[in-house]
Structures are given as structure tokens and as C-alpha cells.
Design a protein around this ligand. Structure first.
Ligand code: TXA
Ligand code: MG
Length: 340
């Protein structure tokens, strides 16, 4: 299959017409959201949903997020919405928030929910995604548009790297804004629980709806996985990743030490660390949470175009979006830290 990548900024009617026609014909299409690129198919169509799992090589017990373009669509697919759920949707949609709700039986493909009685719903805040969803007026199941296990795509070209010749169309809206996936919160539980941290933070929820649980990656691993996707390896480049404190002297010592043992090193760190002379350097921008989130997946992905033996990545604190960044970084490192 030939894969077309079309540059869009929200005004090219033809690209949207083509995407809508492909989706209505049961095909899959990649599109940008404000978090990462998604690989979409109509969520009521079993065959389209099967194509999503097939193109990504994704395990079929890992349910997909359903994207909608308007509040009117919501009631068609979910029931028993709590007041807290409504408040969160009203405050944070469109935006980087996925709400786990009770699914209305018989409305969505059971392949989307992987047999659960709940579904994750989100209204993305990106002009291309919103325009596509509104023109289509159907719910769109869309996981991140990467090969399963790889870092999520934050640019159209990343989608092409992973899915070329497996999907017909990529709507390329340039780099996504936030860079890490949406926050997933389960609002069917007695105490709302964050299953995956993201751009909407614990602090932001608590201001609105009171206490919210946020188990760490390690705590989630110890219990039964609530978000089935959390048990799979994620975001990992080919070479092993080691976390390291964001300290120039420590990183310099690590580079010297690892090199003496015969390793080639890729360093992922803020701009100021570039002069430390790692074999490859991929930036976290100025090191702020905002820039680190925006650069993280591109940096991890770039490691695969090197022959580094080891990847060192500097960490950040867990306040605000730091929680989402550290969740992804810990997973890409399999929990490992650099040790002398
Ligand atoms: O930002 C995002 O959310 C991106 C863009 C494309 O919207 N999408 C995305 O989808 O990250 P995906 O499929 O890569 O991640 C979905 C996560 C998985 O961890 C999955 O297990 C969890 O949400 N999830 C989906 N439905 C669920 C459900 N009913 N109950 C619990 N977890 C669920
Ligand atoms: Mg994903």
C-alpha cells in the first residue's frame, strides 16, 4: 500500500475530504492531536478497528481511546456519567484528557474496549483533529500512531517512519504541542484515579473535584493493571536507557566512566549539557517541563539512528507535568539508573 503524507494546516479542504472518505470506507488515517499523532478508524466498525491493531502490531487486549469532536456525540456512547466526570470534561475539553466512562452496550466495536464495560473518551484540542472529527461526525478510535513499543510520534515524519506502506494517509500538521499523551483518569471509581499522567495534572483535578489518586508507575505494576496498556514496554529505543540526575558534573563523570569501558554514549539532556562531549546529543530544550515534554519522544526516537551502546537521560522533578515526563522516562529506562 502506498502511504501519502499531506501537509495540512486546517484549511485544505481536499485533504479532509479524502481523510473522511477513507475513514467512511473502513480505512485508517493518521492525524495530529495536541499531544501526539493518532492512528484513527471509525470506532463502531470492527474491521477498521482491526486494521488499527494490525498496522501498529498492538496486542488486542489493550483498549483504544475514542475521540469525539463535540459534546453532542458523548451521550451516544456513554452512560451513568458522574457529576465529577461532567465537571472534568467541561473544564478540560477540548484538551489532553481521556475520561474512562461506562460504555453504552452495543454502541462501539467491542474491539475498541477490548471487552471491558468501560471506554476512554477524549476531545482533542488540535485544529486538524477537531476539523476531521466534526466533518466525519463519527467516533474515532485512535491510539498513538507508532509501531507498538516505540516512542509515540510527535511529528508526521515519525508516523511515516513507523507505518509507511501500512496505512493510506497521514495528515501532517507539523510538530504536536504537548508531546506526551493525554492524562487518563478513571472517573467510574469511588476515588477518581489517574491511570496515566499527562498534560492535565493531579493538582488541576484536585482544584476542581477534590481528592484524586495517582499511583506511580511502580505502584501500578505491583497491583492489577487498571489501564491495560501500562503493563507493556513502551517508549524504548534499541540501546538501554539509564536515568541520571540533571547535574553537569555527574553527567561528565558518567560519560568519562562509560567511555573508558568502551561504550559509545547518546546523551538526552538540556541544551547546556551539549558541551560535555557525548558521542551524540539530543536536546531537552531549555530543560523546562514544557520543553522536555515536547522533545522527549523525538530525542528517544533519534537514538535509533545512532549506534550508541548506552543512552543517558537526565531526569526532572515530578511536580505538574513532571509526573507525566518521569512516567514515560522511567518506562523507557525500565526503571534503571546510571550507577558508577
Ligand atoms: O494523547 C493521547 O491520548 C493519544 C492521542 C492519539 O489521542 N492516544 C493514546 O492512545 O495515547 P493509546 O492507545 O496509545 O493509549 C491509550 C491508553 C492505554 O494505556 C490504554 O490501556 C488506556 O489508555 N485505556 C484505554 N481504554 C481504557 C479503559 N477502558 N480502561 C482503562 N484504560 C484504558
Ligand atoms: Mg501509545
Amino acid at each position: 500500500m502506498e502511504t501519502k503524507r499531506v501537509i495540512v494546516d486546517g484549511t485544505e479542504n481536499l485533504a479532509f475530504d479524502e481523510a473522511v472518505a477513507l475513514l467512511k470506507a473502513g480505512e485508517v488515517v493518521a492525524f495530529p492531536t495536541e499531544t501526539v499523532y493518532g492512528l484513527g478508524g471509525i470506532a463502531t466498525d470492527d474491521d477498521a478497528v482491526s486494521k488499527i491493531y494490525g498496522a501498529k502490531g498492538r496486542p488486542s487486549d489493550n483498549p483504544l481511546i475514542v475521540h469525539i469532536g463535540s459534546f453532542e456525540q458523548l451521550d451516544r456512547y456513554v452512560e451513568d456519567l458522574s457529576e465529577k466526570a461532567k465537571a472534568c470534561m467541561k473544564a478540560f475539553w477540548p484538551g489532553p484528557l481521556t475520561v474512562i466512562c461506562k460504555v453504552k452496550p452495543g454502541t462501539l466495536s467491542t474491539k475498541v474496549t477490548a471487552g471491558l464495560d468501560t471506554v476512554g473518551i477524549r476531545m482533542p484540542n488540535h485544529p486538524v483533529a477537531l476539523r476531521l472529527l466534526r466533518q466525519l461526525d463519527e467516533p474515532v478510535a485512535a491510539p498513538s500512531a507508532n509501531t507498538s513499543g516505540k516512542p509515540s510520534p510527535t511529528e508526521g515524519i515519525h508516523v511515516e517512519e513507523d507505518l509507511k506502506s501500512r496505512i493510506p494517509l497521514i495528515l501532517d500538521g507539523g510538530a504536536t504541542g504537548i508531546g506526551v499523551e493525554s492524562t487518563v483518569i478513571d472517573l467510574t471509581l469511588e476515588t477518581p484515579t489517574i491511570l496515566r499522567p499527562g498534560g492535565i495534572t493531579k493538582e488541576m483535578f484536585e482544584q476542581l473535584i477534590g481528592p484524586v489518586n495517582e499511583p506511580t508507575h511502580i505502584e501500578q505494576k505491583a497491583g492489577a493493571p487498571k489501564a491495560p496498556g501500562m503493563k507493556y514496554t513502551h517508549y524504548a529505543p534499541n540501546a538501554p536507557v539509564y536515568q541520571i540526575q540533571c547535574d553537569e558534573q555527574l553527567v561528565q563523570e558518567a560519560i568519562t566512566d562509560l567511555r573508558a569501558k568502551g561504550n559509545k554514549i547518546a546523551l538526552l539532556a538540556p541544551d547546556a549539557f551539549q558541551q560535555l562531549g557525548a558521542d551524540w546529543f539530543f536536546t531537552f530544550g531549555d530543560g523546562s517541563h514544557e520543553q522536555m515534554a515536547a522533545h522527549l519522544y523525538d530525542a528517544l526516537r533519534s537514538c535509533n539512528s545512532t549506534n550508541a551502546d548506552i543512552v543517558l537521560a537526565t531526569v526532572t522533578d515530578r511536580s505538574g507535568v513532571g509526573s507525566a515526563i518521569m512516567n514515560r522516562l522511567e518506562k523507557s529506562a525500565g526503571g534503571h539508573w546510571y550507577q558508577k
